[in-house]
Ligand binder design. Structure first.
Ligand code: IPD
Ligand code: CA
Ligand code: CA
Length: 256
């Protein structure tokens, strides 16, 4: 398993370099489920690179990625969750707030996580029971109460049915905090919570490739994470609440 983690770090570094290079060149994008759901050739290229690399070393491993749903091996009990570009809208608009996210699971348990922001050169990583790190230095959630803190949020843009609930929770949290951010890359939002940059985060609909890696980073950094219903993460699409231990109980006080 450790070999996979080391390879994952090499591969994200390689693809991070690629994304930094291509971002300055013009490129096209197309829409998937709606005008807000976009994909570029670069999303596909990065995911294809991971698929080819993983299967050349570990043909039995299973891969769950955002852009391709083709069947891969199921023999090793090991599953890779891959978001080739988290924050594609930011990427297309040159906002330089995107990440490559890779979560490694064994029999449904998160073992290793790698989340790279190639533009700031920030590599978040975690190992189950081994701590969470930013560029190799240990990170920890804050102990700031929300009344003195800020929260991050996402707007669940691919599931507009959550619009009202999103706005209601934003208003309730804003009323009891200093401010909030909507930065547009959920994996980074979660890692920022792990690093104590945010003091809480929520979004009403995220896919497993958005949170599989970063949820381990949060936990290993001393933070807590659950669904918006307060349940264990199902590794399917769900709402996500993440916070330091001081603010985690606030979820129960929210009405939506
Ligand atoms: C999206 C981003 C965004 C979040 C969406 C995600 P994508 O991922 O993380 O911040 O609000 O819910 O789907 O589509 O850019 O990989
Ligand atoms: Ca994503
Ligand atoms: Ca993506």
């Amino acid at each position: 398993m450790k070999q996979r983690f080391l390879l994952a770090k090499e591969w994200v570094a390689q693809m991070g370099e690629y994304l930094r290079e291509v971002t300055s060149q013009p490129f096209d994008f197309s829409t998937k489920t709606g005008h807000q759901d976009i994909v570029t050739a670069h999303d596909k290229k990065v995911e294809q690179f991971f698929r080819d690399s993983i299967l050349s070393y570990f043909p039995q491993d299973e891969i769950v990625g955002e852009e391709f749903s083709g069947k891969t091996g199921t023999g090793s009990g090991i599953r890779w969750y891959i978001d080739p570009i988290d924050g594609t809208t930011n990427f297309v608009r040159g906002l330089n707030q995107s990440a490559i996210s890779v979560g490694l699971y064994r029999d449904g348990t998160a073992e290793y996580a790698v989340v790279l922001d190639p533009f700031k050169n920030e590599l978040f990583s975690a190992q189950r029971g081994g701590g969470a790190f930013l560029n190799g230095a240990p990170i920890h959630v804050s102990d700031r109460p929300l009344s003195k803190g800020i929260f991050g949020m996402g707007t669940a843009i691919y599931n507009r049915e959550f619009e009202e609930q999103t706005m209601a929770v934003t208003a309730q949290l804003f009323a009891r905090s200093c401010d909030f951010r909507r930065m547009g890359a959920a994996a980074l939002d979660l890692c920022y919570t792990a690093a104590g940059r945010y003091d809480a985060f929520f979004e009403f609909s995220l896919a497993p490739w958005d949170y599989a890696a970063a949820s381990l980073v949060i936990r290993e950094a001393g933070g807590r994470i659950c669904t918006m219903e307060g349940e264990e993460l199902p590794l399917t699409r769900c709402g996500i609440w993440a916070a330091n231990p001081v603010n985690f109980p606030i979820l129960k006080e929210l009405s939506f």
